[in-house]
Design a protein around this ligand. Structure first.
Ligand SMILES: C[C@H](O)CC(=O)SCCNC(=O)CCNC(=O)[C@H](O)C(C)(C)COP(=O)(O)OP(=O)(O)OC[C@H]1O[C@@H](n2cnc3c(N)ncnc32)[C@H](O)[C@@H]1OP(=O)(O)O
Ligand SMILES: NC(=O)c1ccc[n+]([C@@H]2O[C@H](COP(=O)([O-])OP(=O)(O)OC[C@H]3O[C@@H](n4cnc5c(N)ncnc54)[C@H](O)[C@@H]3O)[C@@H](O)[C@H]2O)c1
Length: 309
C-alpha cells in the first residue's frame, strides 16, 4: 500500500493558503535537535536562521554543526577532502544565528520550534511569533510528546500549524513524522511532507496522538527497561547488551536515554502519567527522577546513567 493511501483526509479551512515551497526556515532552539535540523536544512540548500537565548549557546550550536558536518564529509567526500571542505563552508553560509526570534520570523516560510519540552513555554513562543510572521508562514513543532493541537491553540493560524518530529541524531536518522491536527489544512500538510522529502528524509503521516508512532512505542519500552533495573532484574550494562545483541537495537535503552536527554525523557513521561495516572506503562522511574534532580541529564551534561568524557 502506498504512503499516500494512508494519508488522513482533512477538512479545508476557509483561511487556508496555497501550498508553500519552503526555502527560508527559522529554527527556534539550537540544542541537539534544533542544531541537527538546521544542519540538514542548510545542507539541502535551505536558508536557515537558528535562534536561541544566548550568543554563547548559538556559538556552541554552530560548532556542533561544523563537527557533525566534518563527520558527514569524511564519508561523503572520502576521496575529495577539498570538495568536502568546500561543502562545509557552503552549508555554513546557509546558516545565520539570532537571539531575537521576532527579528528572524518576518521572512520565514517555516518556523520550526525545537525548544524545551514544556507546553506553556512553547505556547508562549508561538503566540508571540504568530503576530510577527508572514501570513503564509507555516508553524511546526518538533515536540516529542505534547499534543500539536494544544501548542497550536496559542495562535490564530491553526490551519497552518503541524508537527514535524525528527529523530536524534538528525543527520543520521532518516525518519520524519509529519503530524496533522484536525485543523491542519491539506496544503500545510503537503508542504511539510514535501519539505521533509527535500531534506532527504522519509516522512510518515501521523495523527495527533500521544507520542505519535515512534515515541508511543519506544518510550514505554525505555521506561520499562529502567523499572526492570530498579526491580533488581538486571544491571544497566546487561540490559543494554541484551537489547543490542538480542534484539538488534543500535543502542541499549540506557545508552539511548542518555543520548535523548534524561530531562526530555522525564518531561515526556511526567506529561503522559499526569494525563493517564493509572496506566502502568507510564509509571515513573525513581532513578530517572533522581538523576534529573542532580542535573545529570545524559550525554549533553557529561553524565546520566553513564559517564562521558
Ligand atoms: C525522544 C525523541 O522524541 C525521538 C528520538 O529521537 S528517539 C531516538 C532515536 N534515535 C535512535 O534510536 C538512535 C539509535 N542509535 C543509532 O542509530 C546509532 O547508534 C547512531 C547512528 C547514533 C550512531 O551509529 P554507531 O555506528 O552506533 O556509532 P558511531 O561510531 O558513533 O557512528 C558511526 C558513524 O555514523 C556517523 N554519525 C554518527 N553520529 C553522527 C552525527 N551526529 N553527525 C554526523 N554523523 C554521525 C558518522 O559517520 C560516524 O562515524 P565517525 O564516528 O567515524 O564519525
Ligand atoms: N533529544 C531528542 O532525542 C529529541 C528527539 C526528537 C524531538 N525532541 C524534542 O525536541 C525539543 C528540543 O529537544 P533537544 O533535545 O534539542 O533539547 P536541548 O535541551 O538540547 O535544546 C533545547 C534548546 O532550546 C533552547 N531554548 C529553550 N527555551 C527557548 C526559548 N524560549 N527560545 C529560544 N530557545 C530556547 C535552549 O537554550 C536549548 O539550547 C523538545 O521538544 C524535545 O522533546 C527531542
Amino acid at each position: 500500500m502506498s504512503f499516500f493511501s494512508h494519508q488522513i483526509r482533512r477538512s479545508f479551512s476557509s483561511s487556508a493558503v496555497r501550498r508553500v515551497v519552503i526555502k527560508n526556515v527559522t529554527i527556534i532552539g539550537g540544542g541537539q535537535m534544533g542544531a541537527g535540523i538546521a544542519q540538514v536544512a542548510a545542507s539541502t540548500g535551505h536558508s536557515v536562521t537558528l535562534v536561541d537565548t544566548s550568543e554563547d549557546i548559538l556559538k556552541k550550536s554552530v560548532k556542533g554543526i561544523e563537527g557533525s558536518l566534518k563527520r558527514v564529509v569524511k564519508k561523503k567526500f572520502a576521496d575529495k577532502p577539498e570538495a568536502g571542505e568546500e561543502f562545509i563552508q557552503k552549508v555554513l553560509q546557509n546558516v545565520s544565528t539570532s537571539t531575537d526570534p521576532a527579528a528572524a520570523v518576518p521572512t520565514s516560510d517555516l518556523v520550526l520550534e525545537a525548544i524545551v519540552e514544556n507546553l506553556n513555554v512553547k505556547q508562549d513562543l508561538f503566540g508571540r511569533l504568530d503576530k510577527l510572521a508572514p501570513k503564509h508562514s507555516i508553524f511546526a513543532s518538533n515536540t516529542s510528546s505534547l499534543p500539536i493541537t494544544d501548542i497550536a491553540s496559542s495562535t490564530s493560524r491553526q490551519d497552518r500549524f503541524g508537527g514535524l518530529h525528527f529523530f536524534n541524531p538528525v543527520p543520521m536518522m532518516k525518519l520524519v513524522e509529519v503530524i496533522a491536527t484536525s485543523a491542519t489544512s491539506q496544503e500545510t500538510f503537503d508542504s511539510l511532507l514535501n519539505f521533509s522529502k527535500a531534506l532527504g528524509k522519509t516522512p510518515v503521516s501521523c495523527k495527533d496522538t500521544p507520542g505519535f508512532i515512534v515515541n508511543r512505542l519506544l518510550v514505554p519500552y525505555m521506561m520499562e527497561a529502567l523499572r526492570l533495573h530498579e526491580r533488581g532484574h538486571g544491571s544497566k550494562e546487561d540490559i543494554d547488551i541484551a537489547m543490542k545483541l538480542g534484539a538488534g537495537y543500535p543502542m541499549g535503552p540506557f545508552e539511548l536515554s542518555d543520548y535523548v536527554g534524561l530531562d526530555t525523557m522525564k518531561f515526556i513521561i511526567d506529561g503522559w502519567s499526569e494525563k493517564d495516572p493509572d496506566n502502568p506503562i507510564f509509571a515513573q522511574s525513581e532513578l530517572l527522577n533522581k538523576l534529573v534532580a542532580e542535573g545529570k541529564l545524559g550525554k549533553k551534561t557529561g553524565e546520566g546513567f553513564y559517564k562521558y568524557k
